[in-house]
Design a binder for this molecule. Structure first.
Ligand SMILES: Cc1cc2nc3c(=O)[nH]c(=O)nc-3n(C[C@H](O)[C@H](O)[C@H](O)COP(=O)(O)OP(=O)(O)OC[C@H]3O[C@@H](n4cnc5c(N)ncnc54)[C@H](O)[C@@H]3O)c2cc1C
Length: 403
């Protein structure tokens, strides 16, 4: 039996729900259906931000906001002028969900619970009579005249306008490939680096601002770096993983990373400072007192790695030791061997080629009345709420066109 809905959204995630709710709100006479393959909808929203859902980011200038997207920055510029972070805050506020901003700009529901966002979506779907069907996995879609016919298990549906918001599902990308769309190969983004190195093995938990560089991939970033039990994490590293998602995949996650533990300094400038310290503190033990506001344990580790013994005094340091210490402080090299999942947020780089999408409407340029939003597109961002913002913006603009 072929069941008809005016609008069908495949994928019960962030982008799918935002699209469906906005369609129904724009035009209450439309019969809207969300089809979700899983038993539950909004799974990633539930897990997101460590269960708190980092909904968006307090960045209100479109030109700045787009700089958070290694893939999609050019294409999102126009859409962000129509619906961006401030609009997201207002949208949730209008539905009784207040957001708060943390020091680093990330925004969460004041309840600190992703269930608040899920409850909001569920309530909206009930009020707007949007049908949500779970356990329904899209198998195929084809256009028949002015309508889309879609096959879901043993059932068939038809609709006038179809949205695919299936995230990073390779099966759907393959269906799209068969329909003529180009798909950019998927690789992981937002991961942490595995490093086995004596200098950091006893330092998990230490976090500090640093400048980091991967010369082999011509990548650099800065910000908080966290030493973990398995290597490096923190925003500075996650940014590298996002911007270098493809390059680091090509290197099979084996590369060398340089860390400057004293941002703003370099090997030359630090040597001069170390010479001054040698004069000023000639009688003091180098190891004992941490310099440059570095955590004591890190200072100890870098001093020993420079070939300076625990009882050496500043006056004892020779040229080579000063140079070693300068290098350890501002250009410490570590070998990365593999990656680990960052549990608070991860995404896939890759998806529908952006050249084939109209970013006024998020409609396919190849197939009229077929729309996309969210991670199915070759768009992804650094961590901080920007990935959801892509889903909200795409969903909102597609909904406008689909209503
Ligand atoms: C653990 C984790 C935490 C995260 N935390 C954050 C965060 O705090 N802030 C942030 O901005 N981003 C976060 N992200 C990224 C964010 O979750 C994604 O960018 C966002 O969910 C993408 O939304 P989407 O709707 O495009 O895809 P999804 O949320 O992945 O939704 C796609 C839906 O489609 C369904 N589907 C797939 N194939 C089919 C099919 N054939 N038929 C029917 N249904 C199908 C899937 O089951 C899924 O429910 C996090 C990601 C993870 C994994």
């Amino acid at each position: 039996m072929l069941e008809y809905f005016d609008r069908i959204i495949v994928g019960g995630g962030a982008a799918g729900f935002f699209t469906a709710i906005n369609i129904a709100e724009n035009n209450r006479s439309l019969k809207v259906l969300i089809l979700e393959r899983g038993k539950e909808v909004l799974n990633k929203v539930r897990l997101s931000g460590g269960g708190r859902c980092n909904v968006t980011h307090a960045e209100f200038i479109p030109a700045e906001l787009v700089r958070k997207y290694p893939r999609g920055s050019k294409e999102l510029r126009g859409p962000f002028h129509k619906f961006m972070t401030g609009d997201t805050i207002g949208w949730f506020e209008d539905r009784g969900v207040s957001l708060k901003t943390e020091n680093d700009g990330r925004m969460f529901p004041v309840t600190d619970s992703s269930e608040t966002i899920i409850d909001c979506f569920r309530k909206e779907c009930d009020n707007l009579k949007i049908e949500v069907r779970t356990g329904e996995s899209l198998k195929s879609f084809s256009s028949e005249g002015d309508y889309w016919k879609i096959e879901v298990g043993s059932k068939e549906y038809s609709c006038e306008k179809l949205m695919l918001a299936t995230g990073s599902n390779s099966k759907i990308w393959n269906l799209l490939k068969n329909s003529g769309h180009s798909i950019v190969d998927a690789v992981p983004s937002l991961f942490t680096f595995n490093i086995e190195d004596d200098r950091i093995k006893d330092l998990p938990g230490i976090a500090l601002d640093a400048e980091v560089e991967i010369p082999g991939a011509k990548l650099s970033s800065d910000g908080p770096l966290l030493i973990t039990h398995w290597g490096f994490s923190g925003p500075a590293i996650l940014k590298l993983s996002a911007w270098g998602a493809r390059a680091l995949n090509e290197l099979q996650y084996k590369f060398s990373i340089k860390v400057n533990w004293i941002p703003g300094e370099n090997e030359l400038s630090i040597i001069e400072t170390l010479k001054d310290l040698k004069q000023e503190h000639s009688k003091q033990q180098v190891y004992k007192r941490a310099q440059f506001d570095l955590p004591k344990r890190l200072w100890h580790s870098l001093v020993l790695a420079s070939g300076i013994s625990q009882d050496s005094k500043w006056a004892d340091l020779n040229k080579q030791q000063l140079s070693n210490l300068g290098a350890q402080l501002t250009a410490a090299e570590f070998n990365v061997n593999g990656k680990s999942t960052f549990k608070e947020e991860f995404v896939t780089a890759g998806g529908i080629d952006l050249k084939e999408v109209d970013f006024q409407t998020f409609e396919s340029k190849l197939h009229p009345n077929l729309y996309f939003a969210g991670e199915i597109l070759n768009i992804d961002a650094i961590t901080g709420g920007f990935n959801f913002q892509n889903a909200w913006t795409g969903g909102f603009l597609a909904a406008k066109a689909m209503s």
